[in-house]
Design a protein around this ligand. Structure first.
Ligand code: NAP
Ligand code: 8YV
Length: 310
């Protein structure tokens, strides 16, 4: 048997497969044989604390449940020859659907209308009109695996797609080298980049002011991508029209100011949270660990450690 350190939760299906080959130790139990641990199973939220990684001298591989891995110091891992894996692609469609739900909720007043019907208020008068979600100009910040899945689903709404990334892609959408210029050109800004230093507060006051009083900001990336206090001010001042958010800077804490605003939709980071997609993610986490045990290679390394996967 090999020794695996579990950080955060795992599903029963994952545990069953892992227990066949690993003795599982939980970080939350506090007591684990640091010298014997060769593998870590974690998730995008918990990552692996620097002191924990430093205290595992024989660590060979970290398998992350989630495609975003900004909570893992991959540079430090690469320097020690530790492979890091994540769960790309299996969640693209789900996160894209969540994004569409947020956009529809923001335009069609879906939640307020539902509350209106449920409360009986309908008996005293009709519901106010909402705004159409069709034929919108939509800017996607981050046109990677998920961003492209979002663009595909937006075709059903006849959206005009714009995008901003560092590298222009060979796609039939309008590229903007400047995020502010894109925000100026669109009605909806969808954030779906990785978190981390290169995107920290990339959506700032200037970008939100460019999006404007009718603009919709949708964040399904990481809370760190949007300057949250600046967003709260922009919404309060009416400089930004609407925010539909799945992620927050200090999640699971959400700023109180957002909770009472009518022009906001809030989700508890559920972009990929369906039974089907979470099962696929869990399956890939375990497949990577088993592949590493069996062949010394992995299926989906993060780019920063891909060179170790020889
Ligand atoms: P991906 O395929 O690596 O795509 C990332 C995109 O972001 C690329 O187009 C990249 O293009 C762009 N990008 C990266 N850094 C940038 C920067 N500094 N400025 C502008 N664009 C930048 O990743 P993915 O699989 O689509 O996942 C994206 C992210 O979504 C994840 O990392 C995670 O944070 C988030 N996510 C959230 C949920 C949720 O539940 N809400 C679920 C899954 C994923 P360039 O390199 O050309 O700039
Ligand atoms: C997960 C995510 O909820 O994949 C990601 O990057 O944000 C979500 O799918 C998260 O990683 C689970 O910890």
């Amino acid at each position: 048997m090999h020794d695996l350190l579990q950080i955060g939760g795992i599903t029963d299906a994952m545990r069953e497969r892992l227990e066949a080959v690993f003795t599982i130790h939980r970080l939350s139990d506090g007591d684990y044989p640091a010298d014997k641990i060769t593998h870590v199973a974690t998730n995008g939220h918990d990552g692996i604390p620097a002191d924990v990684m430093a205290a595992l001298p024989n660590l060979k591989m970290i398998s992350c449940y989630g495609v975003g891995y900004d909570a893992i110091d991959t540079k430090a891992a690469a320097e020690r020859g530790i492979l890091v894996t994540h769960t790309p692609d299996v969640l693209n469609a789900e996160v894209a659907s969540t994004t569409i739900l947020l956009m529809l909720a923001s335009y069609r007043n879906f939640l307020a209308d539902e509350a209106h019907a449920r409360s009986g208020a309908w008996e005293n008068g009709g519901a106010p009109l909402s705004r159409s979600a069709d034929n919108r100009k939509v800017g996607i910040l981050g046109l990677g695996r998920i961003g492209q899945a979002i663009a595909s689903k937006l075709k059903a709404f006849d959206a005009e797609i714009h995008y901003h990334t560092r590298n222009k892609r060979d796609v039939p959408y309008t590229y903007h080298a400047s995020l502010t210029d894109m925000a100026q050109a669109v009605e909806v800004l969808i954030c779906i980049t990785p978190g981390g230093p290169s995107t920290h507060h990339i959506v700032n006051t200037e970008v939100m002011d460019a999006l404007g009083p009718e603009g919709r900001l949708i964040n399904v990336s990481r809370g760190s991508v949007v300057d949250e206090p600046a967003m709260v001010s922009a919404l309060q001042d009416g400089r930004l029209g609407y925010a539909a958010l799945d992620v927050f800077e200090a999640e699971p804490k959400i700023p109180d100011a957002l909770k009472t605003m009518p022009n906001v939709v809030l989700l508890p980071h559920v972009g990929s949270a369906t039974h089907e997609t979470r099962a696929a993610m869990g399956g890939l986490v375990v497949d990577n660990l088993l592949e590493h045990l069996g062949k010394g290679k992995v299926l989906t390394p993060v780019p920063e450690t891909a060179h170790l996967n020889a």
